[in-house]
Design a protein around this ligand. Structure first.
Ligand code: CO
Length: 183
């Protein structure tokens, strides 16, 4: 399992709801958690590892030692959003790129855990930002889509570099053929 970087087409696929939580899915989620910590991320979504399922892993402090901050969210939904807050954020599929994004300040979310139990959470500020960012991934939505015009302009060069790097990797055959963009 590997984190795919922009503009890998898997990042634009809409993830399907999970219908069964089996051994295979548990193993895949375990690998996603490991990858998240290895890359010092606060969250990782299925499409980012080319797994087109509605699965998210998060740790709001990015610390593997703090398991109380670690969450697995299967088929997550935002049931309520309140307020707005513009803060800088990044994404493991855009290493090194940080930009301000406006999001809801507070969200109430529902999701299933690995045991298949439905849970609900009320979160504000950074944890709310992580939930919204990761749920966007499940819909093929990326933080560059949500930047202000100014933010997108400031990120243009970095985004062009991601595209050039991806193109190079693709030519070298480092990108799986079945996931190549079909133009
Ligand atoms: Co991301």
């Amino acid at each position: 399992m590997k984190i795919v970087q922009y503009p890998h087409p898997a990042l634009r696929h809409k993830a399907s709801p999970v219908t069964t939580i089996d051994k295979q899915l548990s193993v895949q989620i375990g690998q996603m958690i490991e990858l998240m910590y290895e890359n010092s991320g606060l969250g990782l979504a299925g499409p980012q590892v080319a797994l087109p399922l509605q699965v998210i892993v998060m740790n709001f402090v990015g610390d593997a030692e703090q398991k109380d901050q670690e969450f697995v969210a299967i088929n997550p939904v935002i049931v309520e959003s309140r307020g707005t807050l513009e803060e800088r954020e990044g994404c493991l599929s855009f290493p090194g790129l940080y930009q301000k994004v406006r999001r809801a300040k507070t969200v109430r979310v529902q999701a299933y855990n690995l045991k298949g139990e439905l849970y609900e959470m009320n979160v504000s500020d950074l944890p709310a930002r992580v939930w919204q960012h990761e749920i966007d991934h499940l819909n093929g939505v990326l933080f560059i889509d949500k930047m202000s015009e100014l933010g997108r302009l400031a990120s243009r060069k970095a985004i062009e570099e991601f595209i050039a790097e991806y193109e190079q990797a693709r030519k070298k055959g480092e990108i799986p053929a079945d996931l190549e963009p079909k133009l």
